[in-house]
Design a protein around this ligand. Structure first.
Ligand SMILES: O=C(O)CCC(=O)C(=O)O
Length: 278
């Protein structure tokens, strides 16, 4: 049973083209984060493959039989930690997804989350990306429990959708985790802001975990892995490089804030339900 206080280890790792090396790197950083007392460790979005449409089909594997899944299961078991395995391109009978796997300290697969909102945007002079050309969207929201903690999962673009976080809050979550890889157009403006917004709107902790920046990559990630408390305060954060960010979180901070600013009981659902139909 996990304690009301828990240390998060958020791994901002460099991701390159060699899949085996990426997985090995993840495993060694998981060990390091566990040695520093993390009981819940999180990897970034797309940690075994460079982020890009041309890579997904080549790097995709089964989340049940694949080598990456096996390595994550072993790492969780050997280090006796909960592991949110960032995401990998998943191949399920020829259909591809951007999928997060979650492992318990015995190495069992607790749950999986397939990115629900695919990253399809077009900002002229900024960034254009269309995940839906290659990937299918997930069809469910995903939560899991560690003792008194209830954790809601999203992947990257999912963080932009306030309704999803609100549903997690209504479902009892006190921590939201988003493996993500924002970019140099939207990252500097929105990455921190979105995390703080989700945290303050829902009075819970938020952690978002990016790959380290590789300036020579086709898709240049913003980095800046961070953890935000329910008040919107940054607990700890990284810059662009490879780094593990640690954050000690405490359930009483969530409980006290929800008592002091009782948003959950003050919601005017009578109004929202009649006015906002969509
Ligand atoms: O929403 C954004 O600006 C970035 C999203 C993204 O990079 C992703 O979903 O992979």
């Amino acid at each position: 049973m996990a304690a009301r206080q828990m240390r998060l280890g958020l791994i901002q790792m460099a991701v390159h083209e060699d899949k085996l090396e990426n997985v090995k790197k993840a495993v060694s950083l998981i060990k390091k984060a566990a040695e520093k007392g993390s009981s819940l460790i999180v990897l970034p979005e797309c940690f075994n493959s460079p982020y890009g449409l041309k890579y997904f089909p080549k790097y995709a594997e089964s989340i049940h039989q694949g080598d990456t899944a096996k390595a994550l299961s072993t790492a969780a078991k050997e280090n006796k930690i909960y592991l949110v395995g960032g995401s990998i391109p998943e191949n399920d009978n020829g259909e591809l997804y951007n999928t997060c796997t979650v492992w318990d300290p015995s190495g069992n697969l607790l749950c999986t989350h397939r990115k629900v909102h695919l990253f399809d945007i077009d900002i002229p002079g900024g960034i254009k990306f269309k995940e839906s050309e290659v990937l299918k969207p997930g069809k469910k929201l995903t939560t899991f429990n560690i003792g008194p903690w209830k954790i809601g999962l999203g992947i990257c673009y999912d963080i932009r959708f306030a309704e999803m976080a609100k549903l997690y809050c209504k479902d009892g979550c006190n921590l939201l985790i988003y493996p993500g890889a924002f970019n140099m157009t939207t990252g500097p403006l929105h990455w921190e802001l979105l995390q703080k917004s989700r945290a303050v709107d829902n009075e819970l902790y938020v952690a978002a975990v990016s790959p380290a920046q590789d300036a020579s990559a086709e898709y240049v990630a913003y980095g800046h892995t961070m953890a935000i408390d329910p008040w919107g305060k940054i607990l700890s954060s990284a810059s662009f490089g490879e780094e593990i960010v640690y954050a000690d979180i405490d359930l009483s901070v969530v409980e006290k804030m929800r008592q002091q600013i009782p948003l959950i009981s003050q919601r005017r659902t009578d109004l929202y339900d009649t006015v906002l139909k969509d």
